[in-house]
Design a protein around this ligand. Structure first.
Ligand code: SF4
Ligand code: SF4
Length: 347
């Protein structure tokens, strides 16, 4: 069933939905961007149709709703603890296809990985429904088509925004009552078919190639250029690493809460072990780890897709203008070089 709503009608539907759901969408926060007088667009609860930013990609991904940058996991006193409360209301998230596909990646890591479900992610994910925001093509950092994440059928509603209002397809009949009395109209969702940016995924199936790539000089470039700030992983739609931190209330260190806080494999000391030992002690080592995780290791473990969904947010947020797509293209060139060398050696 399709509907064509003007802004006032969209406000009425949103207000009806908000009685039963917490509705999250990209929202503009004026003057909170990283440069003076710039805005930031991130996920937050929306109260009015006009709050929804649909013309440009959000700076931060939809994952911030499901796995916030920090959250209390339990509260403790000297001799007892209590888990934090989960969401009390179902959640509707307005997200582009890449962000919805990113949740399939995150779900594989958080749920059932190694036989354990992540309790905090799982209780959130069970409450989430998606409203797919049609994407008009993204920007010059997007390469969802190369990653196969430009399409999805995992949505309860599909939405096409315009300056006049929004066209809606109701895919989940449970949402039909919210549109009672609204003007009907034909709407078939469309997906991005081509990005300006194309990325060729390197063929890393050969172990000898991977071993040679590990030692390739291309990674040294990042020792000077990457400042190991971790901004790329915070903005990444699919990164999941976190650490924990205890926050004590008042003077008593035995009363407080334990939070989980986003962590980044790009920050020095991320993999530090007892005895100060580190496996990836340079920025280049850490970049290699991230890129190979996104474009080989995740797929080798989980099978069906690469971890990167091509949202381009890491490139967009990097203060050193390091482009992930350009890095992957460099990996491709390095792999060709390595294969030629191995062929000369008869391997
Ligand atoms: S690595 Fe970059 S392009 Fe890929 S999902 Fe993460 S932020 Fe998006
Ligand atoms: S955002 Fe850029 S500089 Fe910061 S860790 Fe990532 S690649 Fe390095």
């Amino acid at each position: 069933m399709g509907y064509c709503l003007n802004a006032a009608q969209a406000d009425q539907v949103l207000s009806a939905l908000r009685k039963d759901y917490r509705v999250y969408a990209p929202k503009r926060f004026p003057k909170q961007g990283r440069y003076s007088d710039t805005d930031v667009i991130r996920y937050a609860e929306v109260e009015r149709f006009g709050d929804i930013v649909w013309e440009v990609k959000s700076d931060y991904p939809a994952k911030e709703v499901l796995s916030p940058i920090q959250q209390a996991i339990f509260y403790f006193t000297e001799d007892e603890y209590r888990a934090s409360k989960g969401p009390t209301k179902p959640i509707l998230i307005l997200a582009r296809p890449c962000d919805i596909n990113a949740q399939h990646v995150q779900a594989k890591i958080y749920a059932g990985n190694g036989g354990y479900d992540d309790f905090y992610y799982q209780r959130m994910r069970e409450q989430v429904h998606f409203a797919m925001m049609e994407c008009g093509g993204g920007d010059d950092t997007c390469f969802c088509v190369s990653m196969g994440t430009n399409k999805t059928d995992d949505y309860a509603l599909a939405l096409r925004f315009s300056h006049d209002g929004v066209s809606v397809q109701v895919a989940d009949p449970a949402f039909a009552p919210y549109f009672g009395g609204m003007p009907q109209g034909e709407y078939i969702p469309a997906f991005v078919e081509e990005n300006e940016l194309k990325v060729e995924i390197p063929d890393l199936s050969d172990k000898a190639v991977r071993q040679a790539l590990k030692k390739h000089p291309m990674w040294k470039e990042f020792d000077k250029r990457c400042i190991s700030c971790g901004s790329c992983t915070v903005a990444c739609s699919t990164c999941t690493c976190f650490t924990t931190r205890d926050v004590c209330y008042g003077d008593n260190p035995e009363v407080g809460e334990r939070r989980r806080v986003a962590a980044s494999c790009q920050i020095a000391g991320f993999d530090q072990m007892a005895g100060q030992r580190e496996f990836r002690s340079t920025a280049g080592d850490r970049m290699r780890y991230k890129v190979l995780h996104k474009f080989h290791d995740y797929k080798a473990r989980f099978g069906d897709s690469h971890m990167c969904v091509g949202c381009g947010r890491c490139t967009h947020r990097c203060p050193e203008l390091i482009s992930l797509s350009a890095t992957v293209n460099k990996v491709n060139a390095a792999v060709d070089e390595i294969k030629a060398d191995l062929a000369k050696e008869g391997r």
